[in-house]
Ligand binder design. Sequence first.
Ligand SMILES: C[S@@+](CC[C@H](N)C(=O)[O-])C[C@H]1O[C@@H](n2cnc3c(N)ncnc32)[C@H](O)[C@@H]1O
Length: 262
Amino acid sequence: MHLPLQRRSFMQTSISLRMSELGILDYNQYRQLLNKPEGIGAAEWYTLVDRLTVQETRFFRDTDALQLVTEFIRERQTKQQKALNIWSLGCSSGEEAYTLAMTALQTHPECEAELAIVGTDVSLPALKKAREGRYSARSLLHIPMEMRHWTQQKPQQTYFEVNDNLRRRCCFNMVNVLDLDSYPLNPQDIIYCQNLLIYFRRWRRREILNEAVKRLAPGGLLVLGLGEMNDWHHPQLERLKYSQITAFRNKANQSEWEKTRR
Ligand SMILES: C[S@@+](CC[C@H](N)C(=O)[O-])C[C@H]1O[C@@H](n2cnc3c(N)ncnc32)[C@H](O)[C@@H]1O
């Protein structure tokens, strides 16, 4: 994780808040806690990482990128390809993964039995929320009317839940993007990675993407946040020419692709 100098006060405040929750008064004592053996330190590291990451997200956050995803899925529907694997990388509390699930099911209902969405993130509390699939009633407003049937809300409740059809298609795993090389994952048709790379230095972003691309199936679509990676080229990928979207298609054929995975 890269915290630039401008984020110093954010870091100080986050650590101080955590220390006061624990009744710890000085940094050294907190550091000792982080270094404790037998899982105690490790558990505290997870909490600290959660406090130092920004988990801001919402349903249907980037409509331009989702329009591209819709077109990509429509193309697969035309070719009668039903299997669809989608990876939401840096999924936070799950809104992005469920957005992709709704978009896929709405665009290509026949894919339902073979749709698999995986969301990965480093924050355990965010992943817990993603698995619960329960969100404030206010966030429902971001979901287009025609897709709200994938959600359920009982009268008087101030929250809503994603329904079981949606939940069944999505799973969530804890993965640090810096350890992607040890993360096995089936070839993905869509890798959707937005608002995560900005937290890393440019050379690190390239490393992360090069590793992620090993899991992008031939013909697959890689979607990034706008402007997150303007100067990155990959021999297997073709950059798509849209002004409002940063996206690539994997132009490698099956055997070229297999070679890069070794
Ligand atoms: C701003 S949110 C973006 C959420 C979602 N992709 C979106 O665009 O709405 C960034 C997410 O990246 C996650 N993150 C930060 N560093 C990470 C790392 N090293 N490995 C995996 N996830 C990380 C954070 O926990 C957070 O949930």
